[in-house]
Design a protein. Structure first.
Length: 281
């Protein structure tokens, strides 16, 4: 009887261990998929005396060929729900040599371009592809490559400038190429957030991506690894995720929508950024 009881206890313990392992595996799968697929909308509010009425901009970045629902319908729905005055796309819509990702990126941009909202785009290092850029231009997307556009929304005029630099050198300074017009609120689209290379050009807001927000983040620590371990704990300037300010000038680094290897996110969901520009009080 005692041996039988011990055997039953052992079986019950084994079952409990197996159930616990299964629960942990299922929880791990849920966390993995939630962090990859649950879109997050981040709203950033900025004000300026040159802005006379509220302007809403949407920024997306670093899709890397990812889909959110069939034909990216979940992503498109989220973007359209924001009722944006313009959409800013800051590069790496597909990964290099990924033909399927190329098609996913093109289909998304085609759908966005079919809407009345103007779409502005700069390349990243992965989607630096002349054929792709020509296709986007044919769709009516504003492909900016060391070029600018004026966007008039009722009274305010926004100066929007984009660069296709994905490589930099010690003496690189965007001010050697362009100086923002102080008469109008100015926005720079630059895939890589090298803010110290752009500051002298005088843009009021820089929108960047590239970092994926660090992709894997830890609470109270920030990015786990990006060109070194725990980069946000270092003393030098690091621009990895979110809003950075220097007086009246701002940089926003979007966390991106897709991933590169490892295909995992933690405390860093795929992001749509909504920038609300309002008049100064």
């Amino acid at each position: 009887m005692a041996d039988s009881a011990r055997q039953n206890d052992g079986k019950r313990l084994l079952i409990k261990i197996l159930v616990l392992i299964l629960a942990l595996v299922l929880f791990g799968i849920f966390v993995w998929r939630f962090n990859l697929d649950a879109l997050k909308v981040t709203t950033v509010k900025l004000s300026d005396p040159r802005i006379k009425n509220k302007i809403t901009l949407v920024q997306i970045s670093d899709l890397h060929g990812k889909t959110f629902g069939k034909d990216n319908q979940r992503l498109l729905k989220k973007i359209r729900q924001q009722s944006a005055d313009a959409i800013m796309v800051t590069g790496d819509l597909f990964s290099r040599r990924d033909r399927k990702g190329y098609e996913v990126a093109f289909n998304l941009m085609q759908a966005l371009a079919a809407d009345p909202t103007p779409v502005f785009y700069v390349t990243g290092e992965h989607d630096y592809n002349k054929t792709f850029h020509a296709q986007l231009t044919d769709l009516g997307v504003k492909v900016l490559a060391f070029s600018g556009e004026r966007l008039q929304i009722e009274n305010p005029v926004l100066e929007i400038y984009g660069i296709n630099s994905v490589y930099f050198w010690d003496s690189y300074n965007l001010a050697n190429e362009v100086i923002a017009d102080p008469e109008h609120y100015s926005i720079l689209l630059a895939h890589i957030p090298n803010w110290h290379r752009y500051r002298d050009a005088g843009f009021d807001l820089v929108l960047s991506g590239d970092t994926h927000g660090g992709q894997i983040r830890l609470r109270f620590v920030g990015a786990l690894r990006l060109d070194g371990w725990f980069p946000e704990l270092q003393q030098e300037e690091t621009y990895i995720k979110g809003l950075y300010s220097d007086g009246s000038k701002h940089l926003y680094v979007n966390s991106g929508l897709g991933t590169v290897e490892p295909h995992f996110r933690l405390w860093n969901r795929p992001e749509i950024t909504v920038i609300e520009l309002t008049p100064s009080q």
